[in-house]
Ligand binder design. Structure first.
Ligand SMILES: NC(=O)c1ccc[n+]([C@@H]2O[C@H](COP(=O)([O-])OP(=O)(O)OC[C@H]3O[C@@H](n4cnc5c(N)ncnc54)[C@H](OP(=O)(O)O)[C@@H]3O)[C@@H](O)[C@H]2O)c1
Length: 313
């Protein structure tokens, strides 16, 4: 574990939070203890929430952790919480649930302030293996419950896994259950036997893949869209795209901020990942400007209507 995070206790964490001056978020889950620690003079960034179909609220902007493993994972999660993120997205397959849990623990933040997501990997599909995989995930994360648990991909025995997740939900071990990478017809099939509707479908969407089919389908359903790789993980030259740069210049914002604002204005939950504190802060500062209709139309024209991750098909 790196020295940077080693031994940091709640007091140091809060001091650090106050210095950052980006402040904290307002969750629908109750007032944040950090708000008081930051002080009245600091401007608080309020991260809006979405209300899921079971009335649980979730921040519309969170922190992705894929590839952030080991000491980098610990430090990144610690810093993300310190600058104001409360939604943390991980998955069994990322191999970082322990690091994410350690970052959370070192932050000293009250568990109730966080919205923690993990995902069931394809190797664990089926009733019993889903229960076991869930128990392993929460143990690694060092938490008693998850806010959101997703079927990572529509593979194998989805029906039995969903049943297990419904039971975990009923037992109070998960506050919301959902899916990831489900096509509309796969969601429709799940709904034929599900007693609980999926709250979330976490899908690949960004300016280069605007999901012409899934986006309107989900918008017209009771399942909230969550964007994975909201920056296309940097692919296709997104961070040097001249069209996005011009829109950013107009609003005095970066390309990353234009992308995240675009997701926000589409009503999509986004979970950008960063290992750099400056980027984490930048990515939170998207609630003080608005893309106009011309900007939205210009961004619509960037759609390539295809995945940027063909190797994951
Ligand atoms: N459900 C699924 O199947 C699935 C699949 C993929 C991902 N996910 C989730 O979605 C999350 C996000 O997706 P992702 O990790 O693939 O990639 P992403 O968030 O689209 O992009 C991450 C990249 O953007 C860079 N970046 C971040 N902020 C920046 C800024 N302000 N300026 C310039 N560069 C910036 C990061 O570099 P720095 O570190 O240098 O900032 C990193 O290289 C994942 O971490 C994971 O939690 C889910």
């Amino acid at each position: 574990m790196e020295n940077i995070t080693k031994g940091l206790k709640r007091r140091e964490f809060l001091k650090g939070t106050a210095k950052i001056a980006t402040a904290t978020i307002v969750l629908g889950l109750g007032s944040s203890k950090l708000l008081g620690a930051i002080g009245d003079k600091q401007k608080a960034i309020a991260i809006p929430t979405v209300q899921l179909n079971n009335n649980v609220t979730m921040p519309i902007l969170g922190f992705g952790t894929n590839t952030l493993k080991g000491s980098i994972g610990v430090r990144s999660v610690f810093e993300a919480i310190s600058v104001g993120y409360r939604l943390i997205d991980t998955a069994h397959i990322y191999g970082n649930e322990e690091a994410v849990g350690e970052g959370i623990k070192q932050s000293g933040i009250d568990r109730k302030e966080l919205f923690i997501t993990s995902k069931l990997w394809v190797d664990d599909m089926g009733y019993k293996s889903t229960i076991n995989a869930f128990e392993t995930s929460i143990k690694k994360l060092g938490v008693e419950y998850l806010d959101l648990y997703l079927i990572h991909r529509p593979r194998g025995d989805v029906k039995s896994s969903w049943l297990a997740m419904e039971e975990l939900f009923a037992a109070g071990k998960i506050r919301a259950i959902g899916v990831s990478n489900f096509e509309p017809e796969q969601l429709d099939e799940l709904k034929t036997y599900a007693k609980i509707e999926p709250t979330i479908n976490q899908i690949e969407t960004h300016v280069f893949f605007q999901e012409k089919i899934s986006y309107p389908f989900l918008k017209n359903s009771r399942t909230q869209i969550e964007a994975w790789s909201p920056f296309a993980a940097g692919r296709n030259g997104i961070f040097s795209n001249q069209t996005l740069a011009a829109i950013g210049k107009k609003h005095q914002k970066s390309i990353a901020q234009v992308c995240l604002r675009w997701h926000f204005q589409r009503g999509v939950v986004a979970i950008p990942r960063s290992s750099q504190k400056a980027h984490m802060i930048e990515n939170l500062n998207i609630f003080d400007f608005e893309l106009d209709e011309a900007d939205m139309n210009t961004i619509a024209s960037l759609d390539l209507n295809k995945t940027q991750f063909p190797e994951w098909g």
